[in-house]
Design a protein around this ligand. Structure first.
Ligand code: SAM
Length: 274
């Protein structure tokens, strides 16, 4: 994570002076950990370093930007439908060092339609692919994604679950001058359709309500693994997060697991080979 400057009272964040995409990047994304994880797994599987990465559902392209900063030989392409977020991402890219800037590209389009040169790694992170709500749609996405992974490359997605993901309510986390609120607003045990919101709250009492809303299918891990295989990927493996002994919280180290652990909330990576 980037070092965060201590804020003085004068510069406190408020709903009026904050940008929801910046807050999202700070609260939700952990791109350094993602890069570390990808490097480690790729080395274990392929005994070499990955260089090319495609970020599907890239939003502001934070992962793509991080990837090109990560190694001077890295290249990244990000795909998103939304012109507005892409504009923000390109503006951020314009502030990168010249050597990094020329190795990253954000493209507008549907992840299912935009074909790119096969990459070592294709990622779909922060559960973005949950927006596909039928098996047919998710299989089609994985088939298209596989066409953008080079032979021998990998697909990396994440997923969340646990007993807590089936209940309604809010969970908050205090961050640098604002509070991130994850709100599970609707959950259907029959369809597995869920509606989640992200709200941001500020020290002056102001709030950015429903800064982001996600209407998703909460996919289970066996379903995701099955669909990756149906799409032609090999050996989908779930990487489960270890636990810190003292706090009982996740330790940020993800290792292959066959059974996982019954807990109230978990986030995993799933890696599949092409
Ligand atoms: C939750 S954000 C993901 C942001 C970021 N990649 C992350 O890891 O947090 C989901 C993004 O997917 C984009 N999106 C939704 N459907 C898409 C599609 N079919 N093709 C490309 N982008 C899509 C939205 O515009 C949005 O920016």
């Amino acid at each position: 994570m980037a070092t965060r400057k201590k804020r003085t009272k004068r510069t406190w964040r408020t709903a009026a002076n904050s940008d929801r995409h910046e807050l999202y990047e700070l609260a939700v994304q952990g791109t350094e950990s993602d890069c570390t994880f990808i490097d480690r797994v790729y080395r274990q599987l392929r005994h070499t370093t990955p260089h090319t990465l495609r970020e599907d559902f890239c939003g502001t392209g934070l992962m793509a930007r991080e990837w090109v900063k990560w190694r001077p030989t890295n290249q990244a392409v990000g795909i998103d439908l939304d012109d507005k977020v892409l504009r923000r991402g390109r503006e951020k890219i314009s502030h990168l060092a010249a050597a990094s800037r020329k190795r990253v590209l954000l493209k507008k389009g549907d992840v299912n339609r935009v074909k790119t040169a096969p990459s070592d790694v294709v990622v779909a992170l922060n559960f973005s692919y949950f927006l596909f709500r039928t098996r047919e749609q998710l299989r089609e996405y994985f088939i298209n994604a596989r066409n953008n992974v080079r032979t021998g490359g990998i697909m990396v997605v994440d997923a969340y679950g646990g007993s807590g993901s089936w209940s309604l309510g809010e969970e908050d986390r205090s961050l640098d001058g604002f509070t991130y609120v994850w709100h599970q607003a609707k959950v259907s045990p029959i369809t597995h359709d869920v509606t989640n919101h992200i709200h941001f709250r500020f020290p002056d009492g102001s709030e950015m309500r429903r800064a982001f809303t996600y209407v998703w299918r909460l996919w289970t891990l066996p379903e995701i693994k099955e669909l990756l295989i149906e799409a032609g990927f090999k050996r989908p493996v779930v990487y489960w997060e270890g636990t810190e002994r003292k706090t009982g919280k996740g330790n940020g180290v993800f290792k292959p697991s066959r059974l996982g652990e019954a807990c109230t909330g978990w986030i995993v990576y799933i890696v599949a080979e092409n």
